[in-house]
Design a protein around this ligand. Sequence first.
Ligand code: HEM
Length: 461
Amino acid sequence: MSQITPILGPKGLPLVGNLFQLPRDSLTQHFMGLAREYGGIFSVNFAGYRHPFICSAELVEVVCNEKRFRKLISPPLTTLRPLAGDGLFTANGDEPNWALAHRILIPAFSQRARRLYFDAMREMADTLVVKWKGAEGQWLDVSADMTRLTLDTIALCGFGQRLGSFASTNMHPFVNAMIRVLEEAMARSTRPRWVNRLSVRAKRRFRKDIAFLHAFVDDVIQKRHMTPSPVKDLLGLMLEGTDPISGEQLSDTNIRYQVITFLIAGHETTSGLLSFALYFLTHHPHVLARTVAEVDSVLPSGKTLMYEDLEKLTVVEQVLEETLRLWPTAPAFSVAPYEDTVLPGGYHLVRDQRVTVLLPALHRDPVAWVRPDEFDIDRFSPERRASISPHAFKPFGNGSRSCIGKQFAMMEAKLALAMVLQNFEVTHDPAYQLIIKETLSLKPDRFHLKATPRIRLAAIS
Ligand code: HEM
C-alpha cells in the first residue's frame, strides 16, 4: 500500500463540514480562492462527504484518462435531470440513449453542417446590430443582449423557432421559465436536502415550469412531424437520423430532452463568452485596436461577413480563446475513477468517488502558464498555440464527453464579435469593476457598454 497524502481543505464544522461556509452565489470564485491557497488539489467537506477539486495540469492529465475515469452526473447536473432527462449533457455514459444520440447527432456539428447554420447565425447577429444602432448613447446591458442573441441563434439554427428576443423588453415565456428552472436547479444543488424538501412553493414552481417547457417543446416536435421542414436543422436530424450502427432512431421523449439540452447548453455559455470578450477588449485598448484592425482588413467598408471570412479572423479567435482561458464559462466538470486510484503525489481516490476539475483554476495553473492572471492573446498565436498542454486548457470538457457544440459556439462567437466591432466603437464605464454572475455558467454581471455606430449607412446589406 503506497503512502496516503491527505487532500487538504478548509476546516469545517461538525456534521455540516464546510456546507454553511459556501457562498451560494459565488461558489466558483470561492473554490478558486481555495485553489490559490491549497494548490493543485484541495477538498471541500459537504456534510461529511469530502469532495476533491483538481486544478493542476499534472493531475488533470490523470483524471481525464477515459480508461481510468468517466464523467459523473452529479449536482448540479442531477438537479437538471427532471428537465433534461437522458439528453446528451445529463445522461450517464452507460445509458443507451447517450451513445445512440451521440452517434446520430455528430453529423449535425460537422463542418458541412455548420456551413448550413451560417446564414441563420448572421441573421441573428444582424438583429443585435440593429438593436444597438437604435440605442446610440444608451448604456447597453451586454450579458442580457448576448443571451438574447445566443438563445435566438440556437432556437433558429436548431429548431426553426424564432423567439424574437430583441423585439420586446420582455423575454419569451419559454425563456423566463427556463431561467427560473436553471436558477432553482442551481440553488437546489447547494441547499441541504431537508431545506429542499421543505421548499414547497419552490418545488411547485419548478414542476410547473418544467411541465410548461416540456409541453412547449413537445408541441414543436409534433408540428414538425405533421409538417416536415425542407431546412436541415438539428430537429430534422433528430427526427429522421438513424444510428449507423444499430439502425435505431431517437424516441420523441428523448428528442424532447435533446432539444431542451441544446437550448440550455447552446446559449448561456456562448453568451458569457461574448460578454467576457467585450469586457476584456474594452479593458485592454491595445488588444481592442489590434482586433478592430483585423476586422477592418477582413471586412472593409461595411462588407457583409461571409462564411469564408471566418478563417481569416485569427486575432478574433485568439481573443475568444484567451477569454475562455481566464473565464471558462462552463467552469467545472466532474469525473469518477472506475477503480480505487492513487494520483501523483500520493492522493488516494476510491472507486466512484466524485472529483471535480475546476477550470478557471486549472487555466491559471502557475506551472502550466506564464503570468497566468494576465490577459495575453498571444498565448494562442499560431506559433505558440502548439506549446500549450492539452491538459492545461479544457474549456470544452474532455474526451468523448467534451462539448459537441464547440465549433458551433466558436463560429457563432467569432461572427458576432466581428460584426459588433465592424459596426461599433465600444466604450465601457471606467468605474465598472468586474462582478461575476454565477448560475450554471459564468457571465459578467451588470456590465454595460455604449456602442457608437462606426459606419452609419452600411453593414446590414
Ligand atoms: C463557449 C461555449 C461553450 C462552452 C464553454 C461549452 C462547454 C462545455 C463543457 C465544459 C462540456 C462538458 C461538460 C461535462 O463534462 O459535464 C460541454 C458539453 C456539452 N455541450 Fe457545450 N459548451 C459551449 C457551447 C455549446 C453549444 C453552442 C452547444 C450546442 C449547440 C453545446 C452543447 C453541449 C452538449 C450537448 C454537451 C454534452 C456532450 C456529451 O456529453 O455528449 N455546448 N460543453
